[in-house]
Write a protein that binds this ligand. Structure first.
Ligand code: TMP
Length: 253
């Protein structure tokens, strides 16, 4: 295989130069990290599951008119995406209290919030991705006011879409994180959903039992992460190499 130019290696993905200008190959690794990489493990098959799940969510978002960086899945571990400039913010949407908001504000995990709460963290591993306000974002020029209006509206549309998709398969979307990219087209820029959407970046609880089906299984040592992510993929009907059930029609694509 011809060697490719590596552009960036992150904790869970590696980016390579794509075949056409303006494209990037996103390779999903099996590495799992938590607490700013203090905890690390290799979870066999995680990359394959996240690649397929992220494809599923990005394609769904495109169907409802939410722009994303996703172009196509190339194989079990790689997808082709549009190259974009990542806005240095983690955009978090919360429907129920859990994780850092529970600690910060003393709200019991699982409490439904009065409305979706959107938070921004500055993407900087050395600083531990600190929570920031729109005031910091504007003052330091990470995004303009117009960008912030667009980011809020994108984040809430993604929340409504994902909440509905998960609800349909008996899963509660507690919270999630997305990243936003800028794509320049001539004199204009467009904001798109970038990075990935997967159980690494969401909190997902079984509606009936409360069982965790996301990266908290790894963060909190609650069992097999592969089993949890496989369950999400199975419910959404995107389990890789899923043999069709006997007597059911097969979807060929
Ligand atoms: P938090 O409760 O730890 O702030 O996490 C909120 C959501 O963001 C949760 O769904 C997990 C996700 N997340 C990431 O995707 N990357 C991160 O580095 C962190 C800290 C959280």
């Amino acid at each position: 295989m011809a060697r490719r130019k590596k552009i960036y290696e992150g904790k869970a993905k590696t980016l390579y130069e794509g075949p056409e200008p303006g494209t990037i190959v996103q390779y999903f690794k099996d590495d799992a990290t938590a607490f700013n990489a203090e905890k690390h493990d290799v979870i066999e098959g995680k990359g394959v599951l996240n690649n397929i799940l992220s494809e599923f969510f990005m394609l769904g978002l495109a169907q409802i008119g939410v722009p994303t960086h996703f172009l196509k899945r190339l194989n079990m571990r790689e997808q082709l995406v549009r190259s974009c400039e990542i806005i240095p913010l983690e955009v978090i949407v919360r429907n129920y209290a859990a994780g850092s908001i529970s600690k910060r504000l003393g709200i019991d995990e699982g409490t439904q919030l009065p409305r979706p709460v959107v938070e921004y963290c500055y993407k900087d591993d050395a600083l531990g991705d600190p929570l920031v306000t729109e005031e910091h974002i504007a003052a330091f020029g990470w995004a303009s006011q117009q960008d912030m209006d667009d980011i809020l509206s994108l984040a809430l549309r993604v929340n409504d879409f994902l909440s509905g998709v998960f609800l349909a398969v008996g899963i509660r979307l507690v919270d999630f994180k997305i990243e936003i990219g800028r794509i320049y087209e001539g004199d204009f820029q467009r904001l798109v959903i970038a990075d990935e959407i997967s159980p690494d970046s969401c909190r997902l609880w079984d509606i009936k039992t409360g069982q965790k089906l996301d990266k908290d299984v790894f963060r909190r040592d609650l069992g097999s992460l592969t089993d949890a992510y496989s369950e999400v993929a199975r419910r959404l009907g995107v389990m890789p190499n899923n043999p069709p059930a006997p007597g059911k029609p097969t979807l060929v694509n």
